[in-house]
Design a protein around this ligand. Sequence first.
Ligand code: CA2
Length: 149
Amino acid sequence: MRVLVLNGPNLGRLGRRQPEIYGSTTHAELASLCVGWGAALGLEVDLRQTNHEGVLLDWLNDAADQATPVVLNAAAWTHYSYAVFDACAQLTAPLVEVHISDPTQRPEVFRHTSVVTPHAAEVIAGHGIDGYRLALESVARLRQDPTQG
Ligand code: CA2
């Protein structure tokens, strides 16, 4: 089964800035970790990152049309993009929301709201890069028992 892992704005800078919040793993390293974690679960991972909201919307629309499960870290768009909210609402296969930090525990109040959560079968936050492994496990679990979403 194919799974889209979609990363939003600035996540391409992983490992280069703010390691105290986001760790020292680069985005390229994250991509290869996800491919390996996915393979071990029988999932074919297609990991992408964009700084352009319309590009993310196109990917989400394609996932909706093809009933592809999505692991989504919409980064800052999580907190205010009603376009991302509407695109997530159209998804037909499981959506798992992931964050490296736990936005609900951070001091900026704007991070305490998520437009993704209402559509997510599961939210994984605050586990660092390992959260992506947990999210892929969640997709694999949901594939076996979609009622547990
Ligand atoms: O914790 C997360 O995964 C976030 O989605 C990351 C977003 C932030 O806006 C959310 O509140 C929580 C920010 C992504 C920026 O990523 C960077 C990575 C390395 C260096 C600088 C930024």
